[in-house]
Write a protein that binds this ligand. Structure first.
Ligand code: NAD
Length: 349
């Protein structure tokens, strides 16, 4: 009988089923609030993190990306794809998994699904940014693009910013109906709209969350009035944007990590000397977010590794003492660390 591996050999693994169980157990709005707080606290210590634009492998139909970062104590990465054509084949546009490791030993400490977690962390980041940038007292949000991310966005803006009405629009009416159905009974007034123009009527916040591998124009310049906050989520790849360039010229633009956003965000449409503000500087009080009621603020979100790190850190703590994970026998653990072959040989039985 080969010796049993020690505790160190096991890595907690959170499956999709366990993630769903964990989020139901805590409550989805509570998780969104917790994630927003975890992300905000990591943005406050922005300078302690190792940062790099994500490593992207592009194809004609999509992208596969690795998103690493470390705060010196823990290291995290996410594997994520973006394939807008997938939904036609019954597959998701975005899927992901991630890992958290101990910098001191290099040993993994958590492996988890991150498809659901990405939707939660993206929504939490958007609402956390809006907490600093959106007009005070905003109650109505236009939600353009009613796919996989959309309900999470709506619930995060309700839980974190106090939005009470969402106005939905998608080029595919079935997506809008699905989103409205899922949001029924969640404490939001839900209005289904037939055009993007109709969806932005009376909205103080406009979220664009569409998926199309092209320079799309989800919002034209004449659609955006003074004082709104735009939460632009779907433009997150070279050649994949959602806003007319003129909107960017009228907006104060806030970004996560400029070296990545210049490659992937709406600002790829601008000259590189255009002024953009890093969100972490607003959060730490080094610079102002919204200055007046007429200003158009734009969060040009592409999704950054630190948000995933915060989410991994949160999940790692949240599963403690629960049954929402299993232990994976993932690391070889020979009695003598240099006798890997001996361990292999003895395992023959
Ligand atoms: P999805 O494919 O499930 O949904 C996208 C929706 O957009 C679909 O319902 C589609 O019909 C709709 N759409 C496409 N073109 C449109 C148009 N012109 N007008 C209105 N609706 C239109 O995708 P998803 O998982 O919800 O992701 C949405 C986008 O967000 C993707 O582009 C994805 O890459 C991006 N994303 C960004 C972040 C981030 O951190 N910024 C995180 C996750 C996903």
């Amino acid at each position: 009988m080969p010796p049993l591996p020690s505790e160190l050999a096991f890595v907690p693994f959170v499956s999709v089923e366990h993630m769903m169980g964990l989020v139901h157990h805590i409550g989805v709005e509570e998780v969104l609030r917790n994630l927003a707080d975890a992300i905000e606290s990591d943005f406050k210590r922005w300078e302690t993190f190792d940062k790099t634009p994500r490593v992207a492998s592009h194809s004609d139909v999509g992208v596969i990306e690795l998103m690493p970062t470390s705060d010196g104590e823990m290291y995290g990465f996410k594997y994520v794809n973006g394939h807008p054509k997938n939904t036609k084949d019954g597959l998701q546009t975005v899927t992901a998994f991630g890992l958290l490791a101990d910098v001191d030993t290099g040993y993994p400490k958590l492996l988890t699904e991150m498809t659901l977690l990405t939707a939660l962390r993206t929504a939490a980041t958007s609402a956390m940014a809006a907490r600093h940038l959106a007009p005070k007292g905003a109650k109505t949000m236009a939600m353009i693009g009613n796919g996989a991310q959309s309900e999470f966005q709506c619930l995060a803006f309700k839980a974190i910013c106090g939005i009470d009405t969402v106005r939905l629009y998608d080029i595919d009416p079935a997506a809008t109906q699905k989103c409205a159905r899922n949001l029924a009974g969640q404490g939001l007034t839900v209005v289904q709209c037939k055009t993007a123009e109709e969806s932005i009527e009376g909205a103080q916040i406009i979220t664009t969350c569409t998926a199309d591998k092209q320079n799309a124009t989800i919002l034209t310049d004449n659609m955006v009035g003074a004082g709104v906050h735009i939460n632009a989520i779907g433009g997150d790849c070279p050649g994949k944007t959602e806003l007319a360039r003129d909107i960017l010229l009228r907006s104060d633009i806030f970004v996560e990590y400029p070296p990545q956003t210049w490659i992937e965000g709406e600002i790829q449409q601008l000259d590189q000397d255009h002024t953009v503000t890093e969100l972490w500087r607003v959060i730490t009080g080094q610079t102002e977010g919204r200055k007046d009621a007429k200003q158009i603020t734009l969060f040009d979100s592409v999704g950054f590794a630190i948000e995933d790190f915060s989410a991994l850190r949160y999940v790692s703590q949240a599963i403690e003492g629960t049954g929402f994970f299993i232990q994976l026998d993932m690391l070889a653990d020979p009695d003598d660390p240099r006798d890997l072959f001996g361990m292999f040989q003895r395992s023959k039985g």
